[in-house]
Design a protein around this ligand. Sequence first.
Ligand code: TLP
Length: 370
Amino acid sequence: MVAERQNFSAKMVTKTVDLRSDTVTKPTEAMRAAMANADVDDDVLGNDPTALRLETEMARIAGKEAGLFVPSGTMGNLISVLVHCEVRGSEIILGDNSHIHIYENGGISTIGGVHPRTVKNNKDGTMDIGLIEAAIRDPRFEICYPTTRLICLENTHANCGGKCLPVEYIDKVGDLAKKHGLKLHIDGARIFNASIAIGVPVHRIVQAADSVSICLSKGLGAPVGSVIVGSKRFIARAKILRKTLGGGMRQVGILCAAALVALQENVPKLEGDHKKTKTLAEGLNSIKGLQVDVDSVETNIVYFDILESSNITAPKLCKHLEDRGILVMPDSSTRIRLVIHHQISGSDVQYTLSCIQQAMTGVPEENGGN
Ligand code: TLP
């Protein structure tokens, strides 16, 4: 397929290699079959058997009492924060480079009246524990300070290139939260990637967390949704908030059925995804004019920088790739993000590298392509 594709001129490219995100996967035949045959009922009334099965399974995997299917990772995080911060004017401590802070429309503030207190994210996705502790408000001054109620971590950390947080680090943040009477939430959109990469079961990684939001439509490759997990009490509150936000859906088992297949079929593929990502990172780093911190690539995300000395900008390189059927995500004028998922093959990685090499060296394409 790739060989065929390489002999076409740019304008004749038919297949797409979509590296914009792991959110772009299409449901597999097995998922579609499971969706078609899903046993369903009204989930707002709490009767959808397939949703209940998925929620129970995810709670088991995460070692928590209960789970709740929600339409998206964004809603999963929002609901979790709002359950922990029921009093308006509560404050949460989170990374300045976290998904909740950057990409979720400030929903915690606009919808929940929750104030974000950011702490600098280190390159590896952690925040210094001393800085977290220093950011916790002194309750003696509540006359002017918001009340700190929650610490949020992200694992893997997307904007930090899919880095996995060390388990001991999460445990220490959990201890700190307990010491100050705070809760700990983990945005675990890609927690299965972390688990496979570091060889530690999900339940151990999130042991210290009061809640976790786990995406089904990222590395797991299901079409829609996330599951939040936590105590029975947390999930009971979360269910009410999900309805308030319009996220109570009816025969949702159709979506959950695909997610159950994803848990069976795609978790074992994550290791291969990570290997392909590493190959991609090494290949990119060997191309003149590009730079990748190869050692920091642990899971399925790679960012690369275009050096000033080269004659191409990120938007131009993106266009060059798009003309050849490769979709990527520009991060700035000199930085591009690529994400590997289970529908990207080893030959797709090689094809991508050869097209990038071509753009960087200016070697004309075979058959007169541009
Ligand atoms: N991330 C998306 C974009 O929003 C950037 C992506 O392509 O990576 N937490 C993390 C860590 C995420 O990466 C994402 C999605 C979410 C939450 C939100 O999930 P959705 O898109 O389901 O709301």
